[in-house]
Design a protein around this ligand. Sequence first.
Ligand SMILES: [Cu+2]
Length: 257
Amino acid sequence: MNRSTAVALATAAIVAPGIALAPAASAGSAPADDTLHLQAHLSPVPFSKVTGSGTATVTLKGDQATVTLKARGLLAGAPHAQHFHIAAKGQCPPASAARTVNGMKSVFTTDGAPFYGAIGTSLTTSGDTGPGSGLAIDRFPVGSKIDYHRTITLSAEAAKSLREGTGVVVVHGIDVNGNGKYDDVLGPSDLDPKLPAEATNPALCGSLSTSAQGAVKGGMGGSHAEGGSTLAATTGAGLLAAAAGAFYLRRRMHRTG
Ligand SMILES: [Cu+2]
């Protein structure tokens, strides 16, 4: 068994309890031909010092998502993890979500979780796209510009979240002191203390919403109030999964650092 398989299995084991706590799944309620068009405008996360922007479009057909993500203004020469975060408020974190480290405010990845939720899908360039690949940096775009296009299969949980309008696109990796690399100016990452926070803090964020056709069907809108316990469970699972994935980023950082 190779390591990625082991991580995937571990992730499945971790996530399973969260699924068990979730409200009854909407099995069969979304016909396979129920195509949904979603889009997001990606804006800098408060205090990230990112000046770029981006767009994302998702065509969701059943659980098949065709994803196009374009972004610019990111740290050059550095890997940028990118995900669908799911099943929370479907929002990007406001400035009030930030913590203060070394006299500077910054929104860490977990600070945003109450707004954008846990990692539901890792927008990797190849291979696995589950939460366990959340920091599989060898398979994320590198550089200041992202031009990403891939058709992937979403988990039932992620597809459900996107259909309900709680999917959020988040691109990670910032350089608040402008020295051209990820360093420890903000201390350690909240996902893995062996990594610098700059490598994992969110940079760009945008909520996925439907285009003008109003594709959110009746009966889906009322489920948010009951989501509290589910959110707590799945957010924890997602963070554990991200921690498992941090192994890859650590290797990458040591190799390039
Ligand atoms: Cu993310």
